[in-house]
Design a protein around this ligand. Structure first.
Ligand code: SF4
Length: 444
């Protein structure tokens, strides 16, 4: 690929280049392999650890339109029959899982519907799907049922159905309040749909409403970002999640960059995106919010938890249903097939639809939980000595002291505490805690 010299000279540190920035798991996905799929059988045939929590993730890979920045497996062309076949496949998958010794007889502690767009399903499909899921694995003791929505899909009867099936945490993918920016980034919804959906959601009285925003979408400006902050504060949702725009290789934006020989994505640089999130966090704090992670501000931290995140980052077992879903079973990570056809064929053949897996050892599990909990901004050292018998301060002495020298964190009173600058670039800091053999790998 030809490169533009002016672009090449831009600082690699601040310009937004293609690739994954966000760290969502450890060891990196590139180390998961087909060879290790046998480990999944072994894990599912083992007994659960006495205190292990169990969660369910259900992936709905359908959207009205593909956003230009999207890197998920989504389909925009499936008809009602194909969608139903897919949902039936996920039910069959859960049935097979629920018979395994690791899962049998356990109750779900948390449930998450992600995508894609779970709210793309009709009210009828939602009722039928969740009735079947609940009949296989009870949710009556689930502390949280989270559900992602695209605002334009939420008519009143849909929202009533979402509430009726037991959703406690409704997450609205707003991303931006400006119609031009929504349009230029390929979003299917526009701002009026956000306001309508939010009012309707308030009327349904969900335990918690979260809104997602993205700092640094295509054509984002200083003025518009300030308007996003002002609008968010007018709405005062229970929780606000702000991601910094990244451009993974399988996005429409990257394809355009590649076609025109560009190395640097046409979005704000990292320094600007971090400043925008910093300004949003400061504005939210000034009206009473608390910063709960590198991405989240919550209005009432006593009431507004995010159990899916917190349990996952503390090593819970997770059954991921559907195409491309990620699971974690008794220390074994695995991912399902990433295309709908092999996924469904494998389910129909009575097999596990596995693409790749990785069995972690104790040290890798400790590192995984440590780096993921770093994203909360505060890590309790006692948790790691109790659970893993590891003194984090000693184990990561060099890394912690380097980051303390860079004035990004401190270790005090039994906690690693990231300051705001550390928290806003936390994903950049985590590689240093990886085992040496995992450091050179790409995250994808
Ligand atoms: S709505 Fe979400 S999952 Fe669907 S295309 Fe857009 S970013 Fe991807």
């Amino acid at each position: 690929m030809e490169t533009n010299p002016a672009e090449a000279s831009q600082s690699a540190k601040t310009s937004t280049r293609a690739g994954n920035y966000f760290i969502s798991n450890y060891p990196p996905f590139s180390f998961w392999s087909e060879d290790q799929r046998v480990e999944v059988e072994i894990a599912l045939n083992s007994e659960p650890a006495p205190d292990a929590k169990l969660g369910l993730y259900h992936h709905i890979p359908f959207c009205r339109k593909r956003c230009h920045f999207c890197y998920f497996r989504v389909y925009t062309d499936k008809n009602a029959r194909q969608i139903q076949e897919y949902l039936d496949g996920t039910i069959a998958e859960l049935k097979a899982m629920a018979e395994r010794p690791l899962i049998r007889g356990r109750k779900l502690h948390f449930v998450y519907f992600g995508g894609g767009t779970p709210s793309y399903l009709s009210a009828k499909q939602l009722h039928e799907l969740t009735d079947q899921l609940k009949a296989i694995l009870a949710w009556d003791e689930a502390e949280e049922v989270a559900f992602e929505c695209e605002p334009g899909t939420l008519n009143p009867s849909k929202l009533t159905a979402v509430k009726d099936i037991g959703v406690t945490r409704l997450s609205l993918g707003v991303e931006n309040f400006d119609d031009h920016i929504l349009q230029i980034n390929g979003r299917a919804h526009r701002a009026p749909e956000v306001y309508r959906a939010y009012e309707r959601a308030l009327a349904e009285n969900f335990d918690q409403i979260n809104i997602d925003l993205i700092a640094g979408m295509l054509e984002e400006t200083e003025e518009n970002w300030q308007r996003n902050i002002e609008q968010t504060i007018k709405m005062m949702p229970d929780s606000v999640t702000i991601y910094q725009m990244e451009i993974p290789y399988n996005t429409g934006i990257y394809k355009e960059m590649k076609a025109s020989g560009k190395l640097v994505a046409p979005v704000a640089d990292w320094e600007t995106k971090r400043r925008w999130v910093k300004e949003a966090f400061a504005a939210l704090e000034s009206v009473g919010y608390t910063i709960a992670s590198g991405y989240t501000a919550v209005k009432n931290p006593e009431k507004t938890k995010f159990i899916y995140r917190d349990e996952l980052w503390s090593g819970a077992d997770l059954i991921g249903l559907g195409v491309a879903s990620f699971s974690h079973a008794a220390g074994v990570h695995y991912q399902n097939f990433t295309e709908i056809e092999p996924y469904q064929e494998s389910i129909a053949a009575g097999e596990l639809p596995l693409k790749r897996a990785f069995r972690t050892n104790e040290e890798e599990r400790m590192i995984r939980e440590f780096i993921l909990q770093m994203k909360l901004g505060k890590v309790e050292l006692g948790y790691f000595s109790d659970k893993f018998g590891v003194d984090i301060h000693e184990h990561f002495a060099d890394q912690l002291s380097n980051l303390a020298d860079e004035e990004l964190l401190s270790v005090e009173d039994g906690f690693v505490i990231l300051n705001r600058d550390g928290l806003l670039c936390v994903d950049n800091l985590l590689h240093d805690f990886f085992l040496q053999e995992h450091r050179t790998s790409q995250i994808v």
